[in-house]
Write a protein that binds this ligand. Structure first.
Ligand code: HEC
Ligand code: HEC
Length: 209
């Protein structure tokens, strides 16, 4: 066997040997292949499947949500049938290493373009947002890792609306060990449905490039 092809064979064997035996060995992008069907190839989300954008969210926020889904702290309520399939998907990330790998990968992706689907008064929403949301989520909806808050802009408005309603109804943020969810649950009650539409119209206006 010529030298170069032996080297090639060894390399190929090497690569095969390094192929993931356990999910925890897989890279974030490989793990993400299982998620594309709902969250999209660029993790841009898919409103028709109620799947949020994940691209460019803070890695610490993403991994916390995945751990919450795994533990049933999020999506564990039997009436929450939208989040139920997501619980099974989170469970497929076998260990902390896998959760970290996929979260780091998602955080590195460019922010998605978003088409608003709801309507409200953005000027009114701007005032409400600055008074009730901005201190934690950032003046431009960019999120604040130090406050454990996710980015809100460049996220699908129908998803954001459902989350606030779920927090308000106690479907999210009710578990006594969910510290940060609890903070948001209190804030979700600070806007009524019409005000929420105004806030979301403002957040959508921040999402435009
Ligand atoms: C069957 C469709 C489906 C698949 C497959 C899926 N998800 Fe989801 N995911 C959802 C839905 C729907 C939600 C929104 C749940 C809710 O409303 O609370 C969600 C929510 C999330 C969230 C929360 C985002 C946020 O802003 O809080 C994360 C993180 C997430 N998914 C990661 C993943 C990862 C990683 C995978 C692959 C291992 C995956 N998902 C596979 C449907 C899916
Ligand atoms: C006291 C700080 C605080 C304030 C004020 C606050 N939030 Fe939050 N919010 C949080 C935290 C912390 C989280 C993350 C919760 C978690 O980890 O599950 C969050 C999460 C969210 C989510 C979920 C996003 C996602 O990707 O799933 C939405 C939507 C949201 N907030 C909207 C709002 C809106 C709208 C307002 C103003 C009416 C607001 N928040 C005010 C702390 C706050």
């Amino acid at each position: 066997m010529p030298h170069s092809s032996l080297l090639l064979s060894l390399l190929l064997i090497g690569f095969n040997g390094a192929a993931p035996a356990r999910a925890s060995d897989a890279s974030g992008s490989t793990l993400y292949n299982a998620c594309i069907g709902c969250h999209g190839t660029q993790a841009e989300g898919n409103p028709s499947l109620q799947a949020p954008a994940l691209a460019g969210l803070n890695a610490g926020y993403l991994s916390r949500q995945l751990e919450h889904f795994k533990a049933g702290r999020r999506g564990g309520d039997p009436t929450d049938n939208i989040a139920a399939p997501m619980r099974a998907m989170a469970a497929s990330l076998v260990d902390e290493q896998a959760v970290q790998a996929v979260s780091t990968y998602l955080a590195s992706l460019p922010l998605p373009a978003i088409t608003p689907s709801l309507s409200g008064n953005a000027a009114q929403g701007s005032r409400l947002y600055q008074a009730k949301c901005g201190a934690c989520h950032g003046g431009k909806g960019e999120g604040n890792p130090a406050m454990n808050t996710p980015r809100l802009r460049q996220q699908h408005d129908s998803y954001l609306q459902r989350q606030v309603v779920h927090f308000r109804q106690g479907l999210r943020g009710s578990d006594p060990t969910d510290r940060y969810g609890k903070q948001m649950k209190m804030m979700a009650a600070s806007v009524n449905d019409a005000e929420l539409l105004d806030v979301l119209a403002y957040v959508s206006s921040l999402s435009q490039p």
